[in-house]
Design a protein around this ligand. Sequence first.
Ligand code: HEM
Length: 459
Amino acid sequence: MIDTPAAAPGPGGALDVMALTSSPERFFARRLEERGDPFRVRFPGLGDVLVTGHPDGARDIFGAPADAFVPTENNPVEPLLGAGSLILLGGDRHRRERKIMMPPFHGDRMRAYGRIIQSRTLEEIARWPAAGDARLDVQAMTRAITLDVILRAIFGVRDEATRARFHETIVAMLDGYTTPLVALPALRRGFGGIGPWARFAKARDAFRALLHAEIAARRAEAQHESRASEREDVLSLLVAARYEDGEALSDEHLSDELCTLLVAGHETSATALAWALFYLGRDATLTGELRAEIAGAGAAPSPDALAELPLLGAVCNEALRLHPVVPIAIRRAARDVTVRGVAVPEGASVAVALTLLHHHASVWSEPSRFWPQRFLTRKYTPFEMAPFGGGARRCVGAAFATYEMKVILGTLIAHARLEGADTPPPKPVVKNITMAPSKPIYLHAVANPLVASHPTMGD
Ligand code: HEM
């Protein structure tokens, strides 16, 4: 076992889970203060986890060879994603799977998705009341946009009625996988077809049925070369993709991976955007500087022009730094390793607490302040700034997510005026699988009349 006094676990169990979910930042900061870095935390289902928030610890974990770590067992996302999910695979299977999953998310492919992301954002603005200002629930808006982006750009669903059906079942499934179900495996039982688990399972099955229909349709299209070649969505690319040995992904496997992309890529991007908008809403000077930068790229800047803007990129980075949407990156040692000099035997779990890493005093000045300009004057290493995790398990959608954030935020600022409503600052709490604001964020929003009267629609 890990035998350093500083690494001793706490009382463990449900109390730790409650403290972690109600404030991950405070929970990790208190553990660090009490026990030093690294420290151990005991979670139900996961056992003892050795946690570090130090850049050297992040280097030990993210910089280790790919075969040093595998996923933890009993990952709470398994009921949602299915056992074939990339997130749950280790070793050669993980390497082989990443090879087939990465190409659709390569930086070069972003142009194909940019138009969808921007037109969906303009559609949203066009829905606001034409006259006067709307009181906007920011997360409801960013969630609606990022979900639709996934349905269009990743699943490739073109029909609006089908998208609406997907939307309904996805919301029921994700809302149904409540924080207690995520945190406490004992609750994941049917109780005669009633209760939270049964409700979740019903919504999940409905979603999977829709997915299978979409996969079947895309396979049929793949038989017609002309129709298949005009498709640029991730599902179509994965239907056509082959492993190194020439094998294709099975329907079940495709369904697990699409579900993974949905769960990993929808709420995460929406929450990061909501944090960015919250801080912009409170800082008229910063918003003015950003508006000026965006105006310099033209009256209606293209997705690619937005993606190049330094301050816009810095605002997105600062939101991801201050409130990393995924608070920890966790793994299990596949062989004996050390983290900051502490021996970790094969089979033990380790994690980087991204909230601690992104506040580390050796790297960040005034770490609790939202100050995007810090990214304009200094480059940070992947062991200092790691909102997408790191190493062989780094987020597959990182390029997609950062591009998407810049295009949505830039388009909103270019085509609308957004001002902070008087809402007190929310606390970051764990909601489902992300670290999200504890209460709704509202902004006053006025659309540029040009957008309200000339919405740009379609894929
Ligand atoms: C702001 C948005 C996002 C954030 C903050 C985020 C963060 C993360 C983090 C921290 C991990 C774990 C990495 C590790 O263990 O080292 C991860 C994994 C992953 N993410 Fe993201 N993510 C975001 C958006 C997306 C998007 C848009 C997609 C795809 C559409 C995506 C797909 C994935 C997948 C498939 C994995 C598993 C990778 C593996 O296990 O090999 N993510 N993400």
